[in-house]
Design a binder for this molecule. Structure first.
Ligand code: NAP
Length: 291
């Protein structure tokens, strides 16, 4: 069994990006600038945005964190997006989700200039991705592709089962694994909360990508021998023995599933760090496209 070490690979990617940023600096060019907008005080969201900003500093990007209160109106957020769209100094920006209930998420994501949409959530970019055109691929699916690529995991002709159909992970992942190319050329089954007999489906999978957010959902008996297991889930499970009062747990019962898997991502240290690295890669791409 091989651990797909997202921490190591993401560090390699960050080092590669740092080299490119240093070259830009040497030539006197502007370095990439990522802005992150966070509305409200959700603890997990603040942690994610903090990690993204620190990652920017690590590779030599400029970064800006825009904090807005929990009572921000939709109009106020749309005005802020307009400002970021027009700000020539910003190459790309993200709106950290989830947003408070008074704000229509779809409307907000539609307002982001597609050329600055480094999360790849705008319908224009999502459509380009589905049509195999060059675009910003959403960071988590992009990170999974990169992990599969760097470890040389064969995907052609394999049966990939994706669990979860969210717009940010499961749905794009199912499209990407079925596209012509590598990683891709898989036969894909997309499952969700209405899927019947899910064990019957997962136990036929060569590759399982689990993105539902239910801790330890995928058990050893749901997996065939030598399957490739990608665990996207991040859940905070209460744990009195941990200083934070919780531990981060994935969708996969790692202890038992890892005994059967050929490749598996750990949680933490698998898909999570890859997501941040690929956001940086998209931001670098956004800068290059604006040169
Ligand atoms: P989401 O929007 O919460 O959607 C969950 C999906 O799982 C839905 O499609 C839902 O089906 C499906 N689902 C729920 N219960 C199910 C069941 N019992 N059987 C089969 N499918 C079921 O999910 P998300 O935003 O993609 O996030 C999923 C997990 O990944 C969360 O733990 C999140 O924190 C984590 N995540 C991690 C990263 C990372 O960087 N590692 C990035 C993003 C998200 P319906 O559509 O029918 O409701």
């Amino acid at each position: 069994m091989v651990i797909l070490d997202g921490k190591k690979v993401s560090n390699d990617i960050k080092n590669e990006i740092t080299v490119q940023v240093n070259k830009m600096k040497d030539k006197g060019e502007k370095v990439p600038h990522l802005a992150a907008v966070i509305v409200g005080n959700d603890g997990a969201s603040l942690t994610y945005v903090g990690s993204k900003v620190r990652a920017c500093e690590r590779v030599g990007f400029e970064s800006t964190m825009v904090r807005m209160s929990n009572t921000t109106s939709e109009i106020e957020l749309l005005d802020k997006i307009k400002e970021l769209n027009q700000n020539d100094d910003i190459d790309g920006f993200i709106i950290q989700l989830p947003l408070p209930p008074q704000i229509n998420t779809q409307k907000v994501l539609m307002a982001v200039d597609p050329s600055k949409d480094v999360d790849g959530f705008h319908p224009e970019n999502f459509g380009k991705m589905a049509l195999d055109m060059s675009t910003f691929i959403p960071a988590t699916p992009f990170g999974i592709l990169e992990l599969l690529d760097r470890y040389g995991v064969e995907t052609k002709g394999k049966h990939t089962v994706v669990i979860g159909r969210s717009h940010i992970v499961g749905r794009p992942m199912s499209i990407l694994m079925g596209r012509k190319g590598f990683p891709g050329n898989s036969t894909v089954t997309l499952t969700h909360s209405h899927t019947k007999n899910i064990t019957q489906i997962t136990s036929q999978a060569d590759i399982i990508i689990s993105a539902l957010g239910v801790p330890n959902f995928l058990k050893a008996e749901m997996v065939k021998d030598d399957a490739v297991i990608i665990d996207v889930g991040i859940s905070r499970v209460p744990d009195e023995t941990s200083p934070k009062g919780y531990i981060i747990t994935g969708d996969v019962d790692f202890k038992n599933v890892s005994k059967k898997a050929s490749y598996i991502t750990p949680v933490p240290g698998g898909v999570g760090p890859m997501t941040i690295a690929m956001l940086l890669k998209n931001t670098l791409l956004a800068r290059e496209q604006r040169m």
